[in-house]
Structure formats: structure tokens, C-alpha cells
Write a protein that binds this ligand. Structure first.
Ligand SMILES: *Cc1c(COP(=O)(O)O)cnc(C)c1O
Length: 427
């Protein structure tokens, strides 16, 4: 086979059309934004116009989509997590169990409340929380368990829910990467006590920035509603030209509201979510079948209860022996050069992640920082995943089947030239 593109050879994607971009601007999306702009009300805290605001319309549609009674939109996935934790009364020096392999927003949301993120290792096949590790990490200070449905899979919700219920500890499902995934007939986010979502640009449902909490518990829903709107709550039948938010208090809230422009865009995008998820799932099946023929290459396993996988990123394992035992970042660079698309390693485990380095956090009291540091244990499985997987972003799976063939060919080429990669390391 010819030389690797990273060594100056011809890339697999020589003379091919570009990959689909994400997010995609469409005429309908533009119309949705214009409608919100022209409505004269750009935020929930604006004045009532007589029409249901876009934020509430999105909340109803997203609740219906997830088959739960309540959805409270938020400004981001991070603020959804903070609101969810806070509604469960997680506070100063409480402990929250989180997976060691996830985006740093998860521990940051815990730390924002003065609580201590307790890192536990993942299952090396599913890349999600290992229930046994969760059970071992529970103490009298544990106030919540945060499961994360990572990349293209869901955490083991049967086992986690059983543990949470047995210990009477609430379970949060961070579903920022799993809009629309299904576990034994139930949507991601609707199984635990509260589900949280991110609608940041890279996610499969997006308004640039945005988020949401969903729950079936009316009390939690009411708290989250006030937490994200400075202690205010929506009133029924507001007077036109007067605020729709009533100053009820009872809780110290912040302003984590989604704007009307974002909400209007999300309503439009939500109407395409199912067909886009199905399309990507088909492409991933194709890639899975193609990679089946290669030794030492496989995509992230799915947990047994997953009836429908979604994909935010698709993690692909490559046996280090196939690529001269170079790091995942070298493998990812070689694949990026072949495919003309940014492919990268998974998250750096929180045990070594420079964004989550408690002792250096200038804005956190020293005694809290020390407690966080003591819970920042080594995470051998998360480390191994970091070193042996690369992740592919979901817009690649909105491409044609020919493009999926290119992805498989790029893996084949990189493996066939594995010995060349050792030189890349020395460059
Ligand atoms: C994106 C993401 C978040 C944070 O969402 P933002 O909207 O960026 O604040 C939290 N958790 C996970 C797992 C994510 O992927």
C-alpha cells in the first residue's frame, strides 16, 4: 500500500467532496430564528405577548419526545448539571460519584456547588461507569451518582438504578451525548431521577449553546425551574405586556435561561433528530461490518440494555500492537491526514486532565481542593481507553456509504503501515 498521508503520501480522500459540516444551516432553521427575532420577545424574562413563548414550546416538545412530564431548558449542559445537583440539595463538602472518563463539565458542576467529585473508573468495554466501582465508592457523604452516557453508548442503567435505589441516593443521567438513545424502551435521561442535556454546537441537537433538565418528579422540576431563573417561576395566563415570571423566591437561583432565539432553533432542529439518528445508526452499522474484517480494530461496545444507540463521537479501538505501539494521538493524526477530518483521542482521564487539577484551582477554598485531590485517584481503565482509542465526530456519519468505505480504508491503510508510525513519534 502507498505511503501514509502523514508521511507525505497521497491521502485516501484525495479528490473527494468535503465531509458534511455540523451544524448545518438550512432555510427552515433561518426561518425559525427570524420568527423568534420578529416576535419581539427574545427571552423568557421578557414580557408576555399572548402566545406561548418558544422556550415553553420547546420544553413541552422535548418532554414529550422523552416521554416525561417535565423539561426545564437551561443555558448549557453545564448549567443543567449545576441546576440538577442543586435541586437535589448537593452542597458544601457533599460527595458526588462521577466517571473518570468524561468531559470536565461533570466535575466542574459538582465543584461549583462546593461539593467533592469522587472519580471512579469505567468499564473498559462500554467506556461508561463501572457499577462495581460505584458501589465501592459510596460513603455516608454520597449525595448523588452522576452517570454519563458516553460517546455512542449508555451506562448500565439497570445496575446503577438498583444501586442508587438500594442506597437511597439520587441518580443523575448526563445525556449530553445521548439525545434520543433508548434503554429497554426508555429514553436516555428519563430513567434516573433527573436527566441533563447539552445543546452545544457539537452535540446532535444544538442551538450553539443550550441545555435542558428532564424529570418525572414535580418537586424537582419546580426547584430546577426556580434555580435557573433567579428564583422565579412561570405563571399561568400572564397579562399581555407583563412579565411571565413570578418572583416566588424560596430558593437562590441564577440566570441559566435559554433565549427565545435558541429555543426556536431547537424546536426546528428537534423535528429532524429522529431521522438524523437513524441515518447515522445505519452508517455506523456499515462501518462496524467493514471493520469486522480487521484484526485489532473495533468500535465501542454497547451495553446490553441499549435498544437504540446514538452517536456523539464514535470511539474506535486499535490494538497498539497493530500500530507500532505509538500513542493514540499519533494514530489519530495519521487517520486525520488520510481522511481530511479532525480525528482525536478520547478525553484525557480526569485523574491527569489539566483542566481538572484541583490543587491549582485558585477559586476554590484550600480545604475543598485538598478533598478533591484525595478523590482524584488513578484510573487504569480510563487511561487505557485514552491510549488505545480514537474518536470520530458524528457529522462523518451523515455522509454517503462511499465515504464510510473511506473511513474503513483509512484504518486499513494505517494498520498496514503501522511500522511507519513509529517514525512519526520521533518527528
Ligand atoms: C458537552 C457536555 C457537557 C457540557 O455541556 P455544555 O453545554 O458545553 O455546558 C456535559 N457533559 C457531557 C458528557 C458533555 O458531553
Amino acid at each position: 500500500m502507498s505511503d501514509l498521508a502523514i508521511m507525505g503520501g497521497q491521502p485516501i480522500r484525495h479528490n473527494r467532496k468535503p465531509w458534511p459540516t455540523w451544524p448545518q444551516s438550512t432555510a427552515d432553521a433561518e426561518q425559525a430564528i427570524i420568527k423568534a427575532l420578529q416576535s419581539g420577545r427574545w427571552t423568557l424574562s421578557g414580557l408576555a405577548s399572548g402566545d406561548t413563548c418558544f422556550e415553553q414550546r420547546f420544553a413541552r416538545e422535548f418532554a414529550k419526545y422523552n416521554n416525561v412530564p417535565y423539561c426545564i431548558p437551561t443555558s448549557s449542559g453545564t448549567t443543567a448539571l449545576i441546576s440538577a445537583l442543586s435541586s437535589l440539595n448537593v452542597g458544601f463538602e457533599d460527595e458526588v460519584i462521577i466517571p473518570g472518563l468524561t468531559w470536565v463539565a461533570c466535575p466542574m458542576a459538582v465543584a461549583a456547588l462546593g461539593a467533592i467529585p469522587v472519580l471512579v473508573d469505567i468499564n473498559q468495554w462500554t467506556l461508561c461507569l463501572d457499577p462495581l466501582e460505584v458501589e465501592n465508592a459510596i460513603t455516608s457523604k454520597t449525595r448523588a451518582i452522576m452517570a454519563v452516557h458516553l460517546y455512542a453508548n449508555m451506562a448500565d442503567m439497570d445496575a446503577l438504578l438498583e444501586i442508587a435505589n438500594r442506597h437511597c441516593i439520587p441518580l443523575i443521567e448526563d445525556s449530553a451525548q445521548a439525545h434520543g438513545a433508548i434503554w429497554r424502551g426508555r429514553r436516555a435521561g428519563s430513567i434516573g431521577h433527573i436527566g441533563t442535556f447539552s445543546m452545544q454546537q457539537g452535540k446532535v441537537l444544538t442551538s450553539g449553546e443550550g441545555g435542558a433538565c428532564i424529570t418525572s418528579d414535580p418537586e424537582l422540576a419546580d426547584r430546577i425551574e426556580r434555580l435557573r431563573a433567579n428564583g422565579r417561576r412561570l405563571i399561568q395566563n400572564p397579562k399581555i405586556g407583563r412579565p411571565e415570571l413570578c418572583e416566588v423566591g424560596g430558593i437562590f437561583g441564577q440566570n441559566f435561561c435559554l433565549s427565545e432565539i435558541q429555543a426556536s432553533l431547537l424546536i426546528e432542529r428537534l423535528s429532524h433528530l429522529e431521522s438524523e439518528l437513524d441515518f447515522r445508526a445505519k452508517r455506523i452499522e456499515q462501518l462496524d461490518a467493514m471493520l469486522d474484517g480487521y484484526d485489532g480494530v473495533r468500535i465501542q461496545a454497547i451495553s446490553p440494555g441499549v435498544e437504540r444507540r446514538t452517536v456523539y463521537h464514535l470511539p474506535v479501538y486499535i490494538d497498539p500492537l497493530q500500530v507500532g505501539q505509538v500513542s493514540s494521538s499519533v494514530v489519530a493524526s495519521a487517520l486525520s491526514a488520510e481522511l481530511g477530518f479532525w480525528i482525536h483521542p478520547p478525553y484525557e482521564p480526569l485523574s491527569t486532565n489539566r483542566l481538572y487539577s484541583p490543587l491549582s484551582a485558585l477559586n476554590v477554598p484550600l480545604n475543598i481542593r485538598k478533598k478533591m485531590q484525595s478523590k482524584r485517584i488513578t484510573l487504569p481503565k480510563a487511561d487505557e481507553v485514552f491510549q488505545t482509542y480514537v474518536v470520530l465526530h458524528h457529522p462523518m456519519f451523515l455522509a454517503d456509504d462511499k465515504d464510510i468505505r473511506d473511513i474503513a480504508d483509512a484504518f486499513a491503510k494505517v494498520i498496514a503501515n503501522g511500522s511507519q508510525l513509529a517514525k512519526v513519534k520521533d518527528l
